[in-house]
Write a protein that binds this ligand. Structure first.
Ligand code: SAM
Length: 321
């Protein structure tokens, strides 16, 4: 399936819940209100949308949230979606807290990769940044995934005055383990503006890393369908990735759509355009008509985000970060 700018759309990110068991300062506002359960897509609704979109050319799906592993049916859902004929990869973005609980089942169904969010290696700072004293739980989850040879990427968001001093310790994870460590630039969602949180940008992070890893160079190995660009030093088992929407554009090759937990098909993380698939499903729409509604929405997919002009938008957990 192609959008009007001839970009090939093959990647769907599904937020399976807006709820989270962490309260990362830059992600969830303290006064966040969650959707009522009746508003959240059911298992069958998520499966149906995945089925229809896989027939339209989506071959890669990521489960996110909120915290996807808070949903008790998440692993079964992934297992069923993985069996759809056109689906090649299903991965999860998780905070890792429930990984030790589900890792054997995830390994058994052949999960294609885990992106685990970890902004600090300091247990005390982890508690401060997330509101939960769960660093060890996340770490055990990462180790459990590695022991089962599941591909792990660590997502790091650096905030000035908070965890920016951990660039090198976090980078060293890629030296010690076969892990890709990805630095994601802070995007200006509402809570970041109100707390005056300032992110750390690509150039600064790269300067620090290359002052220690002198031979760091572009790693062009295929790593997935996302916008990250990767670098590697000869001493590293994994790579260092950058997702830098603030300092560099990455919309030219955008291949993705997002399904929010309440069933809104969102065409871009930044823009609000899209269509409510849940209401269509609940009105008893046929698969063919659902496909037409998706194609109709796709015509509105914008060329690019405008994060740099952005005063703020609603929380990441509602959209599916
Ligand atoms: N609960 C899961 C997790 O922690 O990975 C999935 C949802 S979380 C919203 C997905 C990713 O979005 C995390 O890596 C998080 O760091 C990132 N994120 C949240 N708010 C962000 C922001 N304002 N700018 C950049 N990344 C953000």
């Amino acid at each position: 399936m192609q959008d009007t700018f001839l970009r090939n759309i093959r990647y769907l990110r599904i937020s399976v819940t807006d709820r989270c068991n962490l309260r990362c300062k830059y992600c969830l506002p303290e006064d966040v209100e969650f959707f009522d359960n009746s508003e959240i897509l059911t298992y069958d609704e998520i499966y149906k949308i995945s089925y229809v979109m896989s027939n339209m050319g989506v071959d890669t799906i990521r489960m996110t949230g909120g915290e996807p592993l808070l949903r008790a049916d998440c692993v079964d859902l992934i297992s069923d979606i993985k069996k759809l004929p056109n689906i090649q990869k299903v991965r999860i973005t998780t905070n890792g807290i429930y990984l030790t609980k589900y890792i054997d089942r995830l390994s058994k169904i052949g999960i294609d990769g885990l992106n685990i969010s970890l902004d600090t290696l300091d247990a005390k700072l982890f508690h401060e940044m997330t509101g939960a004293d769960r660093f060890n739980k996340v770490w055990d989850g990462i180790m459990a995934a590695l022991e089962r040879n599941i591909k792990v990427k660590i997502n790091v968001v650096l905030i000035k005055g908070m965890n920016e001093h951990e660039i090198i310790p976090l980078t060293r994870l890629a030296e010690k383990y076969p892990i890709d460590v990805r630095f994601i630039e802070l995007m200006p969602i509402d809570v970041c503006s109100s707390l005056k949180l300032e992110g750390v940008q690509y150039d600064y992070i790269m300067d620090i890393i290359s002052s220690v890893y002198h031979d760091i160079s572009l790693d062009s190995t295929e790593k997935g369908l996302g916008p990250a660009k990767y670098f590697k030093s000869s001493t590293m088992k994994g790579s260092i990735g950058f997702i830098d929407p603030m300092s560099h554009g990455f919309c030219d090759n955008c291949n993705r759509l997002r399904l929010t937990s309440e069933g809104f098909l969102k065409l871009c993380l930044y823009h609000n355009d899209g269509t409510n698939l849940r209401d269509l499903l609940r009105s008893g729409i046929s698969d063919d008509s659902l496909q037409l509604a998706i194609l109709e929405a796709l015509r509105q997919k914008p060329l690019q985000h405008f994060f740099n002009d952005c005063a703020g938008f609603k929380t990441m957990s509602k959209i599916g970060g």
